[in-house]
Design a binder for this molecule. Structure first.
Ligand SMILES: [Mn+2]
Length: 378
């Protein structure tokens, strides 16, 4: 069902030469005057810092803080996904174009950029966590749902003169000196788009590629419930720069190694269906032993998408995959279809996330971890 690149390319032949490697930067058309904000805000559940007016005042504080700082550090959460890294890089490229000195970083050592995100522009801005100063001027963090997700950069972020938090996780406890935490936004990249409009930075292909990756990642390619007319309006503006969303999508979702197929096969073979779990709504779970990853030369990030296969059965409301780290720690990823709030379930297990998509980690054997998850489901 994936569209062929030639066909998709020819549909936009006036903008992009289909033969060109579309992920490379082309001299793009620029939107000269960013126009009125279409309004992601006000979605049900949107809270702190309150009504639209609260966001407005906070946005002004943030824009003012940015204007006063020649050097800005942009950080995203550890083990970054497309929304985290795409948001930080888009902001980095934009702020660089305004003449700021920018560094992009995240608190892992070593820093591993998932292969599926290797096409993201602006990676020359990324520096190791150790290269950030101990007391930065201004830190903006993207998609960081809790202080712990800052990893090695936690201390430096809190030592900054100003710490701006742009996030869309409902579970975010609220930290930093400036913050926009908007659960009504389907991706942090949506908030970056608004920041760029307020800074009057036009979208170019590099920035659009980063933002598109963020929005597409967190909306499951515009499939999840958080996707709104405004999300599609944003996607339209991003595509209008001439980016090749067909190649971005293939890279994000439709490219794996052969080894991944073998790990997936073994995980599916191991899958268990528990009809009585989640109050009779049903649970499908499986696990991936670390030795499978070694055997088939597959990385932990390559199996991120495994949960999306496991959540397909109509019989179960909830799906869970436990992935074993080299040290034996189990990382649980779970998905629900709307009847169970997994943010609350995983909070009981010391984790967090969104209502339909959340995670936790456990230092125990697989049966114990599954039993605790089953109990947390109620
Ligand atoms: Mn996100």
């Amino acid at each position: 069902m994936a569209s062929e690149p030639a066909a998709a390319g020819s549909a936009r032949a006036s903008v992009t030469d289909p033969v060109t490697d579309a992920l490379a930067v082309l001299p793009g058309q620029r939107e000269e005057s960013p126009v009125g904000f279409a309004g992601e805000r006000g979605a049900p559940g949107a809270q702190a810092p309150g009504a639209r007016g609260g966001f407005e005042a906070e946005w002004r504080r943030i824009v003012a803080a940015i204007g006063q700082c020649p050097t800005i550090d942009l950080i995203c959460h550890v083990t970054p996904d497309g929304d985290a890294l795409g948001s930080a890089l888009a902001a980095g490229l934009a702020l660089r174009s305004l003449g700021h000195q920018v560094r992009v970083s995240f608190g892992d050592d070593p820093q591993i950029i998932p292969e599926s995100l290797s096409f993201l522009p602006g990676q020359e801005l990324i520096v190791p966590a150790a290269e950030l100063p101990d007391r930065p001027e201004l830190v903006i963090c993207f998609d960081v749902a809790s202080q712990g997700r800052l990893g090695l950069l936690r201390e430096k972020a809190f030592a900054a003169r100003a710490l701006v938090v742009l996030d869309h996780h409902a579970s975010n406890p609220g930290f930093g000196t400036h913050r926009i935490i908007d659960p009504g936004a389907p991706a942090t990249a949506v908030l970056v788009d608004e920041l760029l409009r307020r800074l009057r930075v036009p979208l170019d292909q590099e920035i659009a590629t980063c933002l598109y990756t963020g929005v597409a990642t967190d909306t499951g390619s515009f499939k999840y419930a958080g996707t709104t007319p405004a999300t599609h309006e944003l996607a339209g503006r991003l595509l209008a720069t001439g980016i090749r969303q067909d190649l971005i999508s293939r890279q994000l979702w439709d490219t794996t190694s052969f080894g991944y197929l073998k790990v997936l096969g073994a995980a599916l073979e191991r899958a268990v269906y528990e009809p009585a779990a989640a109050g009779g709504l049903g649970l499908v779970w499986t696990w991936v032993p670390y030795q499978d990853l070694v055997l088939f030369s597959v990385t932990m990030e390559e199996i991120e998408g495994l949960i999306d296969v496991l959540r397909k059965p109509a019989e179960a409301e909830v799906a869970l995959v436990l992935k074993q780290d080299p040290d034996g720690t189990l990382r649980g990823s779970c998905r629900a279809k709307g009847a169970v709030d997994l943010a609350a379930v995983c909070a009981r297990l010391g984790g967090g996330g969104h209502s339909f998509q959340a995670g936790f980690s456990a230092r125990e054997d697989v049966p114990s971890a599954v039993a605790r998850f089953r109990d947390a489901l109620g």
